[in-house]
Design a protein around this ligand. Structure first.
Ligand SMILES: [Zn+2]
Ligand SMILES: [Zn+2]
Length: 350
């Protein structure tokens, strides 16, 4: 008898929730890395996937090993592969090519230990990897795009922890000017009248590891277009384990679904003992009318079928437009990530 080859290692979970991709790997206690490429952010870095190197910011929810294990490697690989490299003018005297330094935003209590961890690598590697650790106090923000910031929201886990919400600010015409004609609006603006006000739109919210709490019904979660939520336990008899470990149980999640208006609720951090078919079965039983907007990041089979249906619908739309001779709108969907991602352990689907 020959020894059998090792089990095939896990692939990235992938969901397209227009206009955002949510991709990564997440198994409780093993690793969690959830990337939203359109926001240039990775929530947590439990494992440094190849795809995650393209993000320039890691938003770290807390420092349990399954969320932080890939962080030094991520900094190092981004530097080694010169990710985000810019070419500088030769007359500046700077090196011609330099990678952009990865940034990690974290709970302020983690700043010093994270810096110490990164320093500890220096004598081992005999070199210094550039890194940027940015403490983010609860309620403060870190800008990730022109008008989009990442807000830190304090959560409740067994160690200092944060959730995050990517919040967009848009200027919106004030209600009282809604029916005013364009040229009159222009006059008002020239005369210095404030005709617009800033509105805040939560785009993507991430709970990190946490027990349920008031913070999860704040506007950033209630109004977000996508909520990425940890849900570690699905078995009815595991309620006590969820509260001891300060995690969300599927029964807590179901209550939150009534509050969250999100078009997509993406579940991460299911435990390995929970098979995907069992998690799916529990969701089908408990979610009721909310079921169509609830997804398991690691349910590769369902998510692949969903993506194929999205591609087919996009193609049908193009065909329909062509048939009516209207100029076709660009319909390219973002591609699914490289499925050969090396990783350990996302194969919880039997
Ligand atoms: Zn965890
Ligand atoms: Zn944890």
């Amino acid at each position: 008898m020959l020894p059998s080859p090792p089990a095939r290692e896990g692939q990235l979970g992938f969901l397209y929730c227009p206009p955002y991709r949510v991709q990564g790997i997440s198994v409780a206690g093993e690793q969690t890395v959830v990337q939203v490429p359109e926001l240039d952010v990775c929530f947590d870095m439990g494992q440094c996937t190849r795809a995650s190197l393209s993000a320039s910011v890691v938003a770290l929810s807390h420092a349990h090993m399954d969320h932080i294990g890939g962080l030094p490697y991520w900094f190092s690989q981004r530097h080694f592969q010169k990710i985000g490299a810019e070419t500088h003018q030769p007359d500046t005297g700077q090196p011609a090519v330099r990678g952009s330094v990865g940034k990690c935003v974290c709970h302020p209590e983690l700043e010093a230990p994270l810096r110490a961890m990164l320093r500890a690598w220096e004598p081992l590697e005999r070199q210094r990897t550039p890194s940027e650790i940015i403490p983010l106090a609860p309620e403060s923000e870190f800008q990730i795009k022109n008008n989009i910031s990442l807000r830190a929201i304090e959560t409740s886990h067994t160690v200092p922890s944060l959730g995050f919400a990517a919040v967009e600010r848009r200027s919106k015409l004030k209600e009282e000017y809604r029916d005013v004609p364009q040229d009159r609006l222009r006059e008002l603006r020239h005369a210095g009248t404030e005709i617009t006000s800033l509105v805040e739109i939560p785009l993507v919210a991430y709970t990190g590891d946490t027990e349920p709490g008031e913070f999860l019904v704040r506007n950033e979660f209630a109004k977000a277009k996508i909520v990425i939520v940890e849900c570690t336990f699905f078995e009815p008899e595991h309620r006590a384990r969820a509260s001891t470990g300060k995690h969300i149980h599927v029964e807590d999640l179901v209550r939150l679904l009534h509050v969250w208006e999100a078009e997509s609720v993406v579940i991460v951090h299911a435990s390995r003992r929970t098979t995907i078919p069992y998690a799916r079965e529990r969701l089908q039983k408990l979610c009721g009318e909310h079921l169509p907007r609830v997804h398991l990041l690691m349910d590769h089979r369902m998510n692949r079928m969903r993506y194929e249906a999205q591609v087919a619908a996009a193609q049908a739309l193009v065909a329909e437009r062509e048939a009516t001779l209207a100029p076709p709108a660009p319909q390219a969907l973002p591609a699914a990530p490289d499925l050969d991602e090396q990783s350990s352990g996302a194969e919880s689907t039997p």
